[in-house]
Write a protein that binds this ligand. Sequence first.
Ligand SMILES: [Zn+2]
Length: 310
Amino acid sequence: MGLRGLSISDESTFDFEPSQEWIRWPGTRYGQDSPHLQFAKTTKASRGKHGSSPVKPTRPSKIRKPKAASPVKKQPAQPSTTHGVIPKRDPPIHFLTLPPELRNRIYELIAVQHEPHYPQIRPVWELGKRMLSNDRCFPLEPSLAIVNHQLREEMLSIFYGCNRFAFKASEIEVLHDVRMTSPVLQKKWAIARPASQYLQQVELHVSAQRLSVDAMITIKLKKLPDGGVEITHDSEESGYCCCLEDEAVAEVLIEARGGNDLMRILQFLTAKRVAKLGRAGTRMSVGLFEFPANRCPNCQKHRLTLVGGG
Ligand SMILES: [Zn+2]
């Protein structure tokens, strides 16, 4: 039976004598007479013969278009074998490590606006419930105020201290009963906003009319640098009688002597005005008081015919 793939049969004989080394297989490893070295020599010689084949006629080689100059490949940075001095990195900058002046500037950009805020307490109904569930206080405080205690104190001192807060009756018909000109709601708002202690300027806007002509009264309460409180109103500018406002302001300033809690003084003032308006005029249904269209006996100026309060 012949071996497959080789032209060797059982009767085949070899025309050489096997080396004595072969008998002691594997023989001298890589020795001078090692069979595999002999085999390697013969194959190398045969390859050399094939390599010296006659030169074939060459075809005209195709002219290859020159390749566009490939961008020089950046060699990967070789790891330096010498260890230089690594410059020490600056410590990371955290918001609270910034100078206070910079932090204040950021707070101002976030939370201070030119127009006044209009505080409100709005009833909120939960979906699917008929009963009033909760009241929500406005304006919303900046989100930065809930990060931590320090940020809260700094942020809210700017938010309440640098903005104006104007209390007035809502212009939305549904919220006509939720008038922030009422001392009860002002007190409720101040309790819900303990940080309102930072307030520096508070205003009371009340509607007024003179024979169907609208005239708004603005009363400003301002905390002074010496700790006192200043109350001004623009009734004089309207040219109408402002005796009632003057009296109310004078009495409140006397009663609030020593105190500078603007929300507390505002409640005093609002309650005082309501009491005076009720004595001098006729109370209407939506927090308005009506007066006869005559002149004031004290200042001889025309009286407003409709003044808001409470
Ligand atoms: Zn008057």
